[in-house]
Design a protein around this ligand. Structure first.
Ligand code: SAH
Length: 398
């Protein structure tokens, strides 16, 4: 086994770790060694030196590592990784059997027992996301286990950490055959264009799968739909396939235009019949107000943080105001899909933002449905902040 170091846990945090909290946090440790090597095995111990849990050292934006086991006898070796992968894959059997969805997550970090490691599946291709230098030190164990357990067309990886403060430009391909560019996968029967070798984001966020299905099946028929922060336009594709009268996609990034056209085209929808606008959403809201444009269904799915020319957006500070602007351009009896992936506040707080926004707008509202992460994004009771997704469908009452 790799070299092991003991971290003494402060007494007020001992029960938390004994009860299964997975994130090793600086503030909980008495004797941090700043020269510690990434990937070192850490034994969390109490003040008397009694074993509590074992994990690895790996600095992320959150925490300095993850607990891997609370069994004193359990070694962190190839067998350990293999076992965790097998358990996780077995939990996704239903996904593997469903030909109408060929893109899903097969390993979700701490939810599947290894914080900092995420693996996604795209029609025969596996993409491994490493979230720290520390977890990347286990690449041989993970890759060797994976290739023994699954049949694959190819394996890719994303290093989601920086080296010496710089992100590494890399070829993400590891082995097998290279995927087509784009690779066309399916989600509930809808085609999605995926790029496995274009940086950290592959073109679609899989965590919104169930929400997109609701958008198509329940909320779009004969509706005018505004999709803000539209990225590659996937919500608009589902809305159009659900019978939307019109779709309007708005995103600041130039790449969103060709990417959205492509997603429409591969679903046999003429992109020329849909509106795709490259612009700051906040500017678009002003334009819509001026032109007295209103929509039946407004989708809000901003990033947690964004900086544009005129404005710095933070979901925690600015979501309420974003909603207030959306309310102004939503028809009476229309629906707002309010979504956020910001992990610094929970669903209750998010619903408070919604409540405040409607109250300050002097508009009545009704919550129609709520969503959090889907089952392939496995989370754990002991780490609630891991369930970062919050989606609320809200009706604007007349
Ligand atoms: N809703 C998308 C994912 C959003 S990702 C989906 O379901 O696929 C965040 C997107 O917000 C990025 O594409 C980024 O370009 C865009 N963005 C960030 N700030 C913006 C702004 N002020 N106006 C418009 N788009 C913005």
């Amino acid at each position: 086994m790799k070299n092991q170091v003991s971290f003494k846990v402060k007494s007020k945090f001992i029960n938390k770790y004994k009860n299964g909290y997975p994130l090793i946090d600086k503030s909980a440790i008495l004797n941090i060694d700043t020269k510690m090597r990434e990937g070192s095995i850490i034994n969390l111990v109490d003040e008397k030196g009694q074993f509590i849990a074992r994990g690895y050292y790996g600095k992320q934006n959150k925490g300095i590592g993850w607990v891997l086991t609370r069994k004193k006898q359990e070694d962190i070796n190839l067998e350990f990784f293999k076992k965790k992968l097998i358990i996780a894959l077995n939990k996704r059997t239903k996904f593997f059997q469903d030909p109408s969805t060929t893109a899903f997550r097969v390993f979700n970090g701490e939810g599947d027992g290894i914080g900092g490691l995420i693996i996604e599946y795209f029609d025969g291709y596996y993409v491994i996301h490493w979230y720290s230098k520390g977890v990347y030190k286990f690449r041989d164990e993970v890759i060797n286990s994976l290739k023994k357990i699954v049949e694959f067309k190819g394996i890719y990886q994303k290093k989601r950490f920086s080296e010496d403060g710089k992100y590494i430009e890399q070829d993400d391909f590891i082995m097998g055959e290279r995927a087509a560019t784009p690779l066309i996968v399916k989600e509930n029967g809808v085609n999605l264009a995926i790029y496995l070798n274009e940086g950290a984001m592959v073109g679609v966020f899989l965590d919104q799968r169930e929400v997109r299905k609701r958008v198509r099946d329940q909320y779009s028929k004969n509706k005018s739909v505004l999709n803000t922060f539209s990225y590659t336009g996937v919500f608009s594709i589902f809305a159009a396939l659900g019978g939307a009268k019109t779709t309007t996609s708005v995103d600041l990034a130039n790449r969103s235009l060709p990417k959205t056209i492509e997603q429409f085209n591969i679903n046999y929808i003429d992109a020329k019949t849909q509106e795709i606008i490259v612009e700051d959403v906040f500017k678009y809201f002003k334009y819509a107000l001026r032109k007295e444009l209103k929509f039946d269904f407004v989708i809000l799915d901003p990033p947690s943080f964004a900086t544009s020319k005129n404005f710095k957006f933070s979901a925690e500070k600015d979501y309420k105001n974003l909603l207030k602007q959306a309310i102004l351009i939503t028809e009476d009896n229309g629906t707002i899909l309010a979504s956020t992936n910001c992990s610094s506040f929970n669903m209750d707080k998010f619903k408070e933002f919604i409540h405040e926004a409607f109250k300050e707008s002097c508009v009545e509202y009704k919550i129609l449905e709520e969503h959090t992460l889907p089952p392939d994004f496995k989370t754990m009771e002991e780490f609630k902040e891991g369930n970062y997704l919050k989606v609320v469908f809200v009706r604007k009452m007349p």
